[in-house]
Design a protein around this ligand. Structure first.
Ligand SMILES: CC(C)(COP(=O)(O)OP(=O)(O)OC[C@H]1O[C@@H](n2cnc3c(N)ncnc32)[C@H](O)[C@@H]1OP(=O)(O)O)[C@@H](O)C(=O)NCCC(=O)NCCS
Length: 145
């Protein structure tokens, strides 16, 4: 098992997971590549086992604030604390970069993600009605690190 920054040769696998998990909401290859190349603004971290990527996290950051844009685990490997391990890795990287707050938004209906975020300490501070294309509300969360 290894958790590390993604490199360009990981993009194909990450994109395949993106499409499978997020479908119409998936990032494109161009954006994923820019995350790998632009380490001053993004962290793209992967959890892998024998070169197979089982999960990944994408964050953007500027000065003391970061946004958790995506965190996802292959559906066959969920509930094994892979997302928790990934998050702990990116959190410690962000601390080295003097980031103090992580923000995120999550669909009110994404129960597993909401449970996950609350388990790792995120606190809901606001919501935006009609935020998603399907009319769902976004819940806004924050964590001080
Ligand atoms: C959300 C997600 C990343 C969690 O990944 P994971 O590796 O399964 O999560 P972990 O095993 O680290 O879970 C840690 C805790 O989160 C909570 N949790 C995770 N999945 C849960 C679920 N399906 N139902 C309820 N609680 C859940 C639990 O409290 C769990 O702790 P426990 O195992 O001790 O009970 C994963 O379900 C996923 O990829 N979902 C689809 C993508 C997505 O919606 N991402 C978030 C928006 S970008």
């Amino acid at each position: 098992m290894q958790i590390r920054y993604a490199n360009t040769s990981d993009i194909e696998q990450i994109f395949a997971l993106e499409k499978e998990i997020f479908n119409l909401e998936s990032y494109d290859i161009k954006f994923l590549n820019s995350c790998v190349q632009n380490k001053n603004s993004y962290i793209l971290a992967v959890f892998c086992e024998n070169n197979k990527i089982l999960g990944y996290a994408i964050l953007s950051y500027i000065f003391e604030n970061a946004d958790l844009l995506k965190i996802a685990v292959d559906k066959n490997y969920r509930k094994q604390h892979i997302a928790t391990d990934l998050f702990n890795f990116v959190k410690s990287e962000l601390k080295k970069l003097n980031v103090e707050n992580i923000f995120l938004e999550v669909d009110e209906n994404n129960v597993s993600a909401i449970n996950f975020y609350e388990k790792i300490g995120f606190i809901k501070f606001s919501e935006r009605k009609n935020y998603y294309k399907n009319g769902n509300t976004a819940l806004l969360y924050n964590l001080s690190i």
